[in-house]
Write a protein that binds this ligand. Structure first.
Ligand SMILES: C[S@@+](CC[C@H](N)C(=O)[O-])C[C@H]1O[C@@H](n2cnc3c(N)ncnc32)[C@H](O)[C@@H]1O
Length: 254
């Protein structure tokens, strides 16, 4: 059996308390916002990558959409499945790594990848370009032409304004790849976990999305709990990217 990646280990342990995080408390408004952006027909098929405990997937299913929720963490998915059952809705839950999935011959009407749902959560050996690139290409290949996708990703501008040269010297931040490395303190039954998070700047997002066949329509402030169609504030935590599938991933993708 393949050993668990660091993020799988982290989220398996974090699953019981994930829904207590304050940034998860605006799901209804977030789903209202998403539906305004996604231009879906009633009953359309939505792929939620890094769906976590399923808060968006379940609310979308409640509103009549067909939803597939994909996540690396079986513990997060188990909670999602329990919550869907309690809500009386059906969601197709898939345990998979977003860098390695496909739905041959099946095409979704929209995709979501929210709150760093996989995008930018690097495993120890992951390449900072290839990891997000393969997620984008996998999502793009799963979409119908003209289907829309919404992502929220860590804002590189905010990260650059926060870190110091000392962080670079001491290995906590790589200015070339915008990767922050940190250690999650030991939790019950688990030793400390070293994790890597990748932030992005808007111009590289435009390029990565373009290579994946996704045209960026808008980039807004996308900090969890504070989404809005406003210019990106340099200090805000996350960028929201709204994109549309306009081509197949190019050969430069992976
Ligand atoms: C911060 S949570 C976000 C969950 C959900 N999208 C939300 O908005 O509440 C990040 C999720 O991404 C999942 N994840 C991390 N790396 C992943 C990967 N490579 N493939 C699939 N899921 C991944 C984690 O297991 C976790 O459930």
């Amino acid at each position: 059996m393949t050993p668990k990646s660091t993020w799988e280990t982290f989220f398996d342990a974090h699953a019981p308390i994930y829904d207590g995080n304050v940034f998860t408390k605006n799901t209804i408004l977030e789903v209202d916002f998403l539906l305004e952006e996604l231009s879906l027909q009633p009953g359309g098929w939505i792929l939620d990558v890094g769906c976590g405990t399923g808060r968006h997937a379940i609310e979308l299913a409640r509103r009549g959409y067909a939803v597939t929720g994909l996540d690396l963490s079986s513990a997060m998915l188990a909670r999602a499945a329990d919550a869907a059952k309690a809500a009386g809705v059906n969601v197709d839950w898939i345990h998979a790594d977003a860098t390695r999935f496909s739905f041959p011959g099946k095409y979704h009407d929209a995709a979501l990848c929210l709150c760093e749902g996989a995008f930018g959560l690097l495993g120890q050996g992951d390449d900072p370009i290839d990891q997000p690139m393969s997620i984008l290409c996998n999502i793009s290949r799963s979409l119908k032409p003209q289907a829309k996708a919404v992502f929220t990703v860590l804002n590189g501008a905010a990260m650059l304004r926060r870190v110091q040269n000392k962080d670079v010297a001491e290995g906590r931040f790589d200015p070339l790849t915008l990767v922050a490395s940190s250690e999650v303190p030991p939790q019950e039954g688990l030793s400390a976990i070293a994790v890597r998070e990748r932030a992005f700047i808007p111009t590289e997002l435009l390029l990565l999305f373009r290579i994946a066949g996704l045209s960026v329509l808008n980039m807004w402030g996308g900090t969890a709990g504070n989404w809005g169609k406003r210019p990106l504030d340099l200090d805000e935590m996350e960028i929201m990217v709204v994109a549309c599938k306009t081509a197949e991933p190019s050969a430069a993708g992976v």
